[in-house]
Design a protein around this ligand. Structure first.
Ligand code: NI
Length: 171
């Protein structure tokens, strides 16, 4: 297991559509363990494989710090099978530092995927679990929270990044 570097916006891998996992082998299991460790190390409640540079459809989640009824879960090739309701929820992302924005999400989602043992899992999520599932699944399609806020907020964030970069470059 290893704590890996989390890619930050605007890294191009974060913009790719991740590929379906076709075989759950030792490599995928190791990927999931690395993701789990990296997520906990960063203090996040979810992580998608592309955030550590592997564009495959794998996510890990542990929303228990925000809702103790849930626990750690890893999902391979997750798919939404039903969704309902709408909520606005303030979200952050380990790949988009210093950005907390209200994002429109479905209130409840049911998701199907495979466990690291290759078993089919079906999960019904509401509250923070529903939000985190949608956020991480967005990553698998190259979508970031910045794509779900107004153009103005996106521009403000981009300008802030540019300014910081200029500051770093100055001797
Ligand atoms: Ni994220």
């Amino acid at each position: 297991m290893a704590v890996l570097e989390i890619l930050k916006y605007p890294h191009p891998i974060l913009r790719k559509r991740s590929e379906t996992v076709t075989r759950i082998d030792g490599e995928v299991k190791k990927l999931i363990e690395d993701m789990r460790e990296t997520m906990y190390h960063a203090g996040g409640i979810g992580l998608a494989a592309c955030q550590i540079g592997v564009p495959q459809r794998v996510i890990v989640l542990d929303v228990s710090p925000m809702d103790p009824q849930y626990s750690y879960v890893a999902l391979i090739n997750p798919e939404v099978i039903s969704e309902e309701g709408e909520v606005d929820h303030e979200e952050g992302c380990l790949s988009v530092p210093d950005c907390l924005e209200k994002v429109k999400r479905k209130e409840r989602v049911s998701v199907r995927g495979l466990s690291p043992q290759g078993r089919e899992i079906e999960m019904k999520g509401e509250g923070i679990l529903a939000i985190a599932l949608q956020h991480e699944m967005d990553h698998l399609n190259g979508i970031l929270i910045l794509d779900r806020v107004s153009r103005l907020k996106r521009e403000i964030y981009r300008n802030k990044l540019k300014k910081e970069k200029r500051k770093e470059e100055r001797p």
